[in-house]
Design a protein around this ligand. Structure first.
Ligand code: CS2
Ligand code: MG
Length: 408
């Protein structure tokens, strides 16, 4: 069964998504997510101009060989654009294999290891009161684990904090602005470090000790500041503290790790098993944040998680709304099959997106499930997708009070 067609579909149902659509000589269609937030067209071109011509005529069943061909064989290895493009191809091939076998992809990965994948939702508020409402809304929607982000007194808009919700309102937050240039936000690490422990204290007092709570520092702290934050949050028993320092320097976490027992997660901007060597072998982290969509697909992440398993490190795959439902489905098949699953991020896509991508995954009682549809379980409405044109959109940047551009 050969690959006969390889088409790249760019669509924008509220945000931009890149999808690779492969079709075999038997007429089987496979979908892969190639979305890289704010750099979508770079991956679209990589796929269209450099990968699609190599795929046509290849054996569709040879998932591992195609992965090696595109990563080992390309000379230029790693990096977000390359690894997102490889991810798109890899997911599409697993989708095809599942459809041909008549099995959901998790069955091909070893079958079911759990009843469902524990999901965490994003609660946020510009004030403590708004945050409490957002947490209650998430609990009412069935979430059993919650990430908390809040405004910081004295700072304007803070990344990760959406518009405040009313009672019963659904969290609807798009991190990237649909603007030609990135929006600029302010940052002040000392103000943040002073404020955050009081937020967790209030939330624990209101919701008790059981609820798993998470927090994301978005790569903004020095190792010493991160150690300080980890220690100040120890009394509130976090599930994890995410991305405390810039992820490109794994050695930075040595100091953080030595100073605090708060569990650490990192990796949404890492793209290869090689980026994790120090983090994993020195056990500097508890959770891997990579997503299949940016780390070479199911094949890339399976290798990474098997390596992490040797050191007792578990998964917590990145899944904001800037990864498409195809990428989400790929993560869910891994979540169900991997023994060292930890938790799954779940930001619900908007209705328009779920019209373009029809999914078969479900969310009930705090657990996600990929469903039993053969393959990944996602269909793409090509006609609707074609009507929704790419619109430039960028994540914000942040600057210190004196104007210095700060880390993510
Ligand atoms: C965040 C994301 O989901 C997360 O943990 O860090 O909002 C992230 O900043 C964006 O997905 C970047 O594309
Ligand atoms: Mg994050």
């Amino acid at each position: 069964m050969r690959i006969e067609r390889a088409d790249v579909v760019v669509t924008s149902p509220g945000r931009n998504f890149v999808t690779l659509r492969l079709q075999t000589t038997d007429g089987v269609v496979g979908l892969g997510d190639g979305t890289l937030n704010g750099r979508e067209l770079a991956v679209a071109s990589y796929l269209r101009d450099h990968v699609a011509p190599l795929l046509v005529g290849r054996e569709a069943h040879d998932v591992e060989d195609t992965w090696q061909y595109l990563s080992r064989g390309a000379y230029w290895r790693r990096g977000p654009v390359t690894m997102t493009a490889i991810a798109a191809v890899d997911m599409a091939l697993w989708d095809i294999k599942g459809k041909v076998a008549g099995l959901p992809v998790y069955q091909l990965l070893g079958g079911r290891s759990r009843r469902g994948a524990l999901a965490y939702g994003h609660a946020s508020g510009t004030t403590l009161e708004a945050l409490m409402t957002s947490i209650r809304n998430h609990l009412d929607r069935g979430f059993r684990a919650i990430r908390l982000q809040t405004g910081v007194p004295g700072l304007g808009k803070v990344y990760g904090v959406g518009t405040d919700q009313g009672v019963g309102q659904k969290y609807d937050y798009e991190p990237a602005g649909r603007t030609a240039v990135p929006v600029e936000e302010d940052w002040d690490t000392r103000a943040y470090l002073r404020h955050i422990p009081s937020v967790f204290e209030a939330v624990r007092a209101e919701f008790g000790p059981e609820l798993p709570l998470l927090h994301d520092a978005h790569h903004r702290l020095s190792p010493n500041e991160a150690a300080q934050l980890g220690r100040s949050l120890e009394p509130y028993d976090l599930f994890w503290l995410e991305d405390v320092t810039p992820a490109d320097n794994p050695e930075a976490l040595r100091r953080v790790r030595a100073m605090t027992t708060t569990p650490l997660a990192i990796g949404e901007v890492l793209t290869s098993i090689h980026d994790y060597r120090t983090l994993v072998t020195e056990q500097l982290i508890d959770y891997v944040r990579s997503s299949p969509a940016h780390t070479g697909g199911i094949t890339g992440v399976k290798k990474l998680m098997d390596f992490a398993a040797l050191y007792g490190i578990r998964s917590g795959f990145h899944q904001p709304t800037d990864i498409s439902p195809v990428g989400m489905a790929a993560a869910l098949h891994l979540d169900i099959a991997l023994h060292n699953f930890g938790i799954q991020e779940f930001m619900e896509h908007n209705e328009r997106t779920l019209e373009v991508f029809r999914t078969s995954y479900t969310f009930a009682d705090g657990l996600l499930d990929p469903g039993e549809t053969p393959g990944l379980g996602v269909d793409l409405d090509l006609d609707l997708a074609a009507q929704l044109e790419y619109t430039p959109a960028y994540l914000p940047v942040n600057r210190l009070r004196d104007g210095t551009l700060h880390d993510w």
